[in-house]
Write a protein that binds this ligand. Structure first.
Ligand code: SAM
Length: 345
């Protein structure tokens, strides 16, 4: 039973250091799994402090590994900490932490990409979307190969208000490769402005709160690491379905060095491309010669709103995929060539 509702100051008793835990349980990092551990508890404390006030909070930590961040969370006076770890080798070390924090730490051996956290915490924590965020927080230092697909999945969950966002506007504090952190937070015209910037910022207030040098991790990764804080917005900047926004944004950025009309044109079948792209840009009041990185959030909002209208007028438009058209026309050409060949034979 979690110590929910009980206020008071909790501190973990003296424990072996993370380095000793790694030795004790033979937790060598697996390079193929991009396991880079944080051993410096001042740094893990800083990540946890930046997550906000965790007093009496319910926290979901993704990928606790040997438990550095886990210790800092437990020392932050939380009501309950749920950790989901994929690698069984870490479970005994985590169990030791759980014994040191009776009733506070729940350990799940599982995969964060499929774990259903919406059923894990009490219903009473749920808040209306428009209210202040619930006392539920997500914190984690995951491998980069997991954190990016996970944030895309969770951004979609924010748009549906499901998954971890069934509790309301759950805040997240997660680490990313520094360059990805810069993309998530890049402003209009910024060097790192990309698909991720728009997808994250139309749904959340996103802050790159600090950078951890690669040398702080064991083993040291090739790159520095950015800690990013997300708070879902009460009202998304773009009020259209996630998949529609994703399609527009993806098309715009596929030719990131060209004028934006080039990528936007690919939203339309070749036969109507010129005319429909012109109409989209004109109705959305967007200069066709802006580069994708120079389009503001309000440009994207107008583009998505107008594209939605066009999709409502033409029910086949949303399903259109120019790569599919390209593939079909290539295979037609191939067939014709084959026919010519067979006549020659
Ligand atoms: N949080 C620890 C720290 O900061 O020292 C460990 C960080 S290490 C980069 C990532 C951790 O996430 C590893 O323990 C790894 O086994 C775990 N992990 C990787 N993929 C996972 C997944 N899909 N679900 C749950 N845990 C995962």
């Amino acid at each position: 039973m979690a110590a929910s509702g009980k206020l008071g100051t909790f501190r973990l008793p003296p424990l072996p250091t993370i380095r000793e835990i790694i030795k004790l349980f033979r937790l060598n990092a697996v390079k193929q799994l991009s396991q880079n551990f944080l051993l410096d508890l001042r740094l893990t404390d800083k990540i946890v402090r930046k997550a906000g006030n965790l007093t009496n909070a319910y926290v979901y930590e993704v990928g606790p590994g040997p438990g550095g961040i886990t210790r800092s969370i437990l020392n932050a006076n939380v009501a309950e900490l749920l950790v989901v770890e994929k690698d069984t080798r870490f479970i005994p070390g985590l169990k030791m932490l759980s014994e040191a924090a009776p009733g506070k730490l729940r350990i799940v051996h599982g995969d964060v990409l499929t774990f259903k956290v919406e059923r894990a915490f009490p219903e009473s924590l749920k808040r209306h979307w428009e209210d202040d965020p619930p006392n539920v927080h997500i914190i984690g230092n995951l491998p980069f190969s997991v954190s990016t697909p996970l944030i895309i999945k969770w951004l979609e969950s924010i748009s549906h208000r499901d998954g971890p966002f069934a509790y309301g506007r759950t805040q997240m504090t997660l680490t990313f490769q520094k360059e990805v952190a810069e993309r998530l937070t890049a402003n209009t015209g910024g060097k790192q402005r990309s698909r991720l910037s728009i997808m994250a910022q139309y749904l959340c207030s996103v802050k790159h709160i600090f950078t951890i040098p690669g040398r702080a991790f064991v083993p040291k990764p090739e790159v520095d690491v950015g800690v990013v804080h997300f708070t879902p917005l009460v009202q998304p900047v773009i009020e259209q379905p996630f998949k529609l926004v994703e399609k527009v944004v993806q098309n715009v950025f596929q030719f990131r060095r060209k004028y934006c009309h080039r990528g936007l044109g690919m939203l339309f079948p070749e036969a109507q491309r010129l005319e429909s792209t012109g109409r989209l840009l004109q109705w959305a009041d967007v200069d066709p010669t802006l580069r994708p990185s120079h389009l503001s959030m309000s440009h994207f909002k107008s583009l998505c709103d107008v594209y939605r209208k066009m999709c409502d007028e033409d029910p086949h438009l949303f399903a259109y995929n120019f790569r599919e058209e390209l593939r079909k026309s290539k295979s037609k050409t191939q067939e014709k060539d084959n026919d010519k060949e067979s006549y020659r034979l």
